[in-house]
Design a protein. Structure first.
Length: 236
């Protein structure tokens, strides 16, 4: 064992300084793209196509009702190297729900994801509307999920325009940022906010956003593992 450690240490030390410096810079400048409220049969494939063109990973926080309708998109996410995470069944405000309903919203979504891709193993939960309560965080922990929030929110769901989406991300992103974007709309908003159900602006903004982040030496990465905790993770 000691011999193996010595060989590994020797290998690292023998790397040219520019390679060690590059690797350290990559670790420092990682950012993470996350997409909520899908899968949507129109917008999710377009976002997957863009990520595929750039060969980049994303994390998709799916709604159980949509994942049940479109298991093919869940499987596509996974087959193309993305992560699928839990955004509850119906996008209800869980702070207003009874404990048994909160539990069902989480566990039923996990079951639907597992049915679409058996043995996947879901790691993260994101609260609808970003409304976290201590009770919700405890239920997440019981289900083996890490509560995950975000640190950059361009509010693309409100369709503010392509430029504002891109500009907000680029103005606020930092190493370790978790960027919130959307590839769908909650079921209860398809009628009440029909004007903002389209994700065309997000689709148009994404390539510009990615290209500029890369120009600034940010590295778009998969989310790491986090220590077990009850407070929501906001940066990585």
């Amino acid at each position: 064992m000691a011999e193996k450690v010595c060989r590994e240490t020797s290998r690292r030390l023998s790397c040219p300084p520019e390679i060690r410096e590059r690797d350290a810079r990559v670790k420092r400048r990682k950012v993470f793209l996350t997409f909520d409220d899908g899968p949507n049969p129109i917008w999710t494939p377009k976002i997957l196509d863009i990520l595929g063109q750039f060969q980049l990973p994303g994390t998709f926080f799916v709604l159980g009702v949509y994942a049940a309708e479109h298991p093919d998109l869940v499987r596509r996410m996974i087959s193309e190297g993305h992560e699928v995470a839990n955004h509850t069944m119906t996008h209800s405000d869980l702070s207003k729900c009874a404990p048994d309903m909160v539990r069902r919203e989480i566990l039923d979504t996990n079951a639907i994801i597992d049915k679409a891709s058996p043995g996947l193993g879901v790691r993260f939960l994101r609260a609808p509307y970003g409304v976290w309560t201590p009770e919700l965080c405890v239920e997440a922990q019981k289900a083996g999920l890490t509560p995950l929030h975000w640190s950059v929110d361009p509010q693309d769901w409100s369709c503010p325009g392509v430029d504002p989406i891109v500009d907000t991300v680029l103005a606020t992103v930092q190493p370790g940022s978790i960027v919130l974007l959307h590839d769908g709309s909650p079921p209860n908003e398809l009628v009440s906010r029909a004007c903002t159900a389209s994700r065309e602006q997000t689709v148009m903004a994404l390539p510009r956003m990615i290209s500029t982040l890369k120009e600034r030496d940010f590295v778009i990465s998969s989310l790491p593992n986090f220590p077990r905790q009850t407070d929501p993770v906001r940066t990585a």
